[in-house]
Write a protein that binds this ligand. Structure first.
Ligand SMILES: Cc1ncc(COP(=O)(O)O)c(C=O)c1O
Length: 443
């Protein structure tokens, strides 16, 4: 592999303000990714690493899929852009019709966005507008959950529960509130699959109903499996119980499936895997295998019909984006779905589940490992923080993994993995053997 020298000056390194990055540290020790193929990345030193994170939980079909690249290139030749404001191009309708087949009935309508953050804000706005169009305009509260991550728009941030993400940005949306989180190492450490304890935490929604009044609450949003907050699986029965409380109180339930959509936990979506059907599902990331930015909100018949039958003539929802349903994204999405379907990738996480969980849980014996959470093709290995130096252990272990040829992210002292779904059993072993060595060495 040729080492690519881009001759980046210090000014060029300052020109790009990197997201969620310690920019000053990066500038001191820059590391550039220059190529990707299948399961692997290559950096500018020619160092190859197995992509243990599927990019950022998004390259589910693996890198550089020719079929997707060809579809994007062909679409560029045919129609580079057409907007969807009182106008239309066929591909957006074709893609929406294909997409809904992979989500539970009655989620039969898609509102296209360009990212997970936009999908979340769109779903929250649809929830508020839906309550209003139904004559329930007093329902203006939005409920999220502690430790939740719902992107960085003001709506998503308001219902998110990660303090570092929130506390630079003022009071956020008024009226947002939060369920208690479900992270419970004392009772659930090293659970194989869903944690057995904690279903009663869903009753926290009843507490908020009793506190605020059901007629003030528009919607509840949760990640069915928490991702960016450190990978948290729902306790057995928890999601079903949330659904019941929502139903009893006229509250809309939104699953944020930006990570869990498109095969991450062994089904097309978590709603299908867990057999709990929300009123809306937010998606992004794997929708186009991350080749062209796109997101989408799957919306139920009941919500869609409320707008179509109850709103005044004309535009039913004053919301949308220039690039909603962008032709290139739709072409990429259709080709991505072709791959997911023909290669059976949505259920690959089920087929590999035992090997994945055996390999992950085997790390339980290591010093400093205090929990392992895993299912499908997602996993978190949580280490105890070093005294007086939280997050250091995680950062060192992740760096060590990279040097040894596996790229894994750390969220504080938690090492997380969510590889492309095309991963082989041998590559799974490689990920966990590399983690083992890194944890032992970093001590
Ligand atoms: C559950 C969830 N929702 C929303 C988002 C935001 O997506 P994006 O970064 O595409 O805006 C993410 C991103 O990781 C996510 O994990």
């Amino acid at each position: 592999m040729t080492v690519i020298d881009h001759n980046l000056t210090p000014e060029a390194l300052d020109a790009f303000w990197m997201p969620f990055t310690a920019n000053r540290d990066f500038r001191a020790h820059p590391r550039f990714i220059v190529a990707a193929d299948g399961m692997y990345y290559t950096d500018s030193n020619g160092h190859r690493t197995l992509d243990g994170s599927a990019g950022l939980w998004c390259v589910n079909a693996g890198h550089k899929r020719q079929q997707i690249n060809d579809a994007i290139a062909a679409q560029l030749e045919q129609l580079d852009f057409a907007h969807s404001f009182n106008s239309g191009h066929p591909l957006a309708f074709e893609f929406a019709s294909r997409l809904i087949q992979h989500f539970p009935d009655p989620l039969n309508h898609v509102f296209f966005t360009n990212s997970g953050s936009e999908s979340v804000d769109t779903a929250l706005k649809i929830a508020l507008a839906c309550q209003k169009v139904r004559g329930e305009g007093s329902r203006t509260r939005l409920i999220g959950r502690e430790k939740g991550y719902h992107g960085m728009g003001f709506g998503g941030l308001s219902v998110s529960g990660l303090v570092k993400n929130r506390n630079q940005f003022g009071p956020l949306l008024p009226g947002a509130d939060h369920l208690r989180h479900t992270h419970d190492i004392k009772r659930n450490a090293f659970s194989r699959g869903l944690p057995p304890h904690g279903m009663e935490l869903a009753d926290d929604l009843q507490r908020l109903v009793d506190l605020h009044g059901a007629d003030t609450i528009a919607a509840v949003i949760v990640e069915p499996v928490g991702g960016a907050g450190g990978v948290h699986l729902p306790p057995e029965g928890y999601l079903k119980r949330l659904r019941e409380i929502c139903d009893a109180n006229g509250i809309l339930l939104i699953f944020d499936e930006v990570i869990t959509g498109f095969g991450r936990i062994g089904a097309s979506c978590a709603a299908n895997r867990f057999g709990v059907v929300p009123d809306m599902i937010t998606t992004a990331k794997g929708i186009t295998n991350a080749t062209v930015p796109m997101g989408g909100v799957l919306v139920s018949d009941a919500i869609y019909d409320s707008f179509m039958s109850e709103s005044a003539a004309g535009v039913e929802l004053f919301h949308g984006y220039t690039y909603s349903g962008h032709p290139l994204a739709c072409a990429a999405g259709l080709a991505t779905l072709d791959i997911y379907e023909s290669e059976g990738l949505f259920t690959r996480g089920l087929e590999l589940n035992d090997h994945w969980m055996d390999s992950a849980l085997a790390l339980a014996e290591l010093p400093n490992v205090i929990d392992v959470r895993c299912m499908g093709l997602i996993c978190a290995v949580e280490m105890a923080p070093r005294e007086g130096a939280p997050m250091q252990r995680g950062a060192e272990a992740s760096k060590r993994c990279y040097e040894s040829g596996v790229w894994l992210r750390n969220i504080g002292d938690i090492l997380v993995s969510s590889p492309p779904l095309i991963i082989s059993a041998e590559e799974i072993s490689l990920i966990f053997n590399t983690m083992r060595e890194a944890i032992l060495v970093t001590g």
